[in-house]
Write a protein that binds this ligand. Structure first.
Ligand SMILES: [Zn+2]
Length: 99
């Protein structure tokens, strides 16, 4: 479904998935006290997931950090759509479908 996207064609989809799971787990798991993860470790896990995505998801050609750029420059509801739907880097315009 994301085959035309920069996040998929540059092989970085797993990073987005990994950080999403960390953010989700950090927000949800502390709601269940029996698991033993409190809100502080949960928040740290969620923040680590966010930081990982912000620093590791980048353009292999020009090095711009896509996740970070998307989060800081676009409307909140549009950033994910942008990253999973665009075939080219918004900065250097390299089209990764050709790889
Ligand atoms: Zn680029």
């Amino acid at each position: 479904m994301f085959s035309q996207s920069i996040i998929r064609s540059t092989g970085q989809f797993w990073k987005l998935l990994f950080s999403s799971i960390a953010m989700l787990a950090g927000s949800i798991v502390p709601m269940f006290p029996s698991v033993g993860m409190g809100w502080i470790p949960g928040t740290i896990l969620a923040a680590a997931g966010l930081a990982f995505a912000s620093y590791s998801i980048s353009c292999p050609n020009c090095g711009i950090r896509w996740f970070w750029k998307a989060m800081s420059n676009l409307e909140l509801q549009g950033w994910l759509v942008w990253m999973v739907s665009r075939p080219d880097c918004p900065d250097c315009k390299k089209d990764f479908r050709e790889n």
